[in-house]
Design a protein around this ligand. Sequence first.
Ligand code: NAD
Length: 330
Amino acid sequence: MSRNVLITNPTLHPNAKKTLEELGFSVFIASDPSEDALIAQINEHQIVGMFVRIEKITGKIFDSCPSLRIVVENGIGVDNIDVAAATRNGVQVANLSLGALAVAEHTMAFLLALGRDLRRNDITTRAGQWLSFNQPSFNSVPIMGSKLLIVGTGNIGRQVAKRAAGMGMELLGFDPYLSRERMAEAGIRKVETLEEGLAEADFVTVHMPLTDQTRGMFSTQQFAQMKDSAFFVNVGRGPIVDEKALYEALKNHEIAGAALDVFEQEPTPADNPLFTLDNILFSAHVAGTHKTLMADQAILGAQSIAEAIDRQGLYALNVVNERQLQAQKP
Ligand SMILES: NC(=O)c1ccc[n+]([C@@H]2O[C@H](COP(=O)([O-])OP(=O)(O)OC[C@H]3O[C@@H](n4cnc5c(N)ncnc54)[C@H](O)[C@@H]3O)[C@@H](O)[C@H]2O)c1
């Protein structure tokens, strides 16, 4: 088998080519991303792996290029790739979800900061007010053993689950579109109604898309259903949460605290009433990124290609058609 890889877009971060070469691959850059040109180039160089951005990787490409083993997409969406045709031809299609991993890390930072009361500790320590554990206002709660309700147990929700399980949290999930079995594979106990989950949870974290169903899904009633000792995190989309209702719930101590990365209106106005409260923590819709994301993602993609080629028969990271490939094995 050759060790030739095709990068279909010259704007991909240079770390992709560099890492592939360090891993012993020869790298070609497509001069023309059209279907026929790609087929010609893949067959000429017996390309085994492709690293793509937005180029269309069609069924005809998969059907015409038997040397292909893996296609890596430099992002989460694989709508530019004919995944069914890839599967039919035994080709792995992997996506790169460092953005999702970043959101999961940000969520963990919020959960830990809320549970450990870090915002208030920072303010009081700077002000010379030593917050001792025997004062009534000492608020830290344990993370280990506490119950985390994940609302939306898709990719990010399950990445959060993995990390929260590592911290010893008990995981509950609300997601009508994911089966009990699928959740159990991720170590999550499925709750059938949001109300049931909210009543049990010590922490609630939201990871749903904004849809007609999810818009305003967290309002007065939902905050009332939460324990008054519970914390609420939204890193999904702002309009999922009714900010006025959240303000009232926090002000009246119907819940203990909250953290938001996303807002009903972005950027949120400087006079947002939530800013007057001290039991809430903010970031400015930055959960899905970090300083080195594109550079890191290019390295991860190159490593995924190497993994699929060098560990033949095994799957690279984040293979989107892994189940289908496994199912069609003889
Ligand atoms: N803050 C950020 O920087 C940032 C970055 C990336 C993504 N996001 C948000 O995170 C969301 C989730 O991303 P993902 O990659 O995990 O998507 P995903 O599609 O993998 O998962 C979303 C999950 O939400 C579930 N869901 C849909 N409607 C629901 C409902 N009414 N009740 C409960 N669950 C419901 C779906 O079944 C799915 O499992 C995105 O849609 C986006 O809004 C935020």
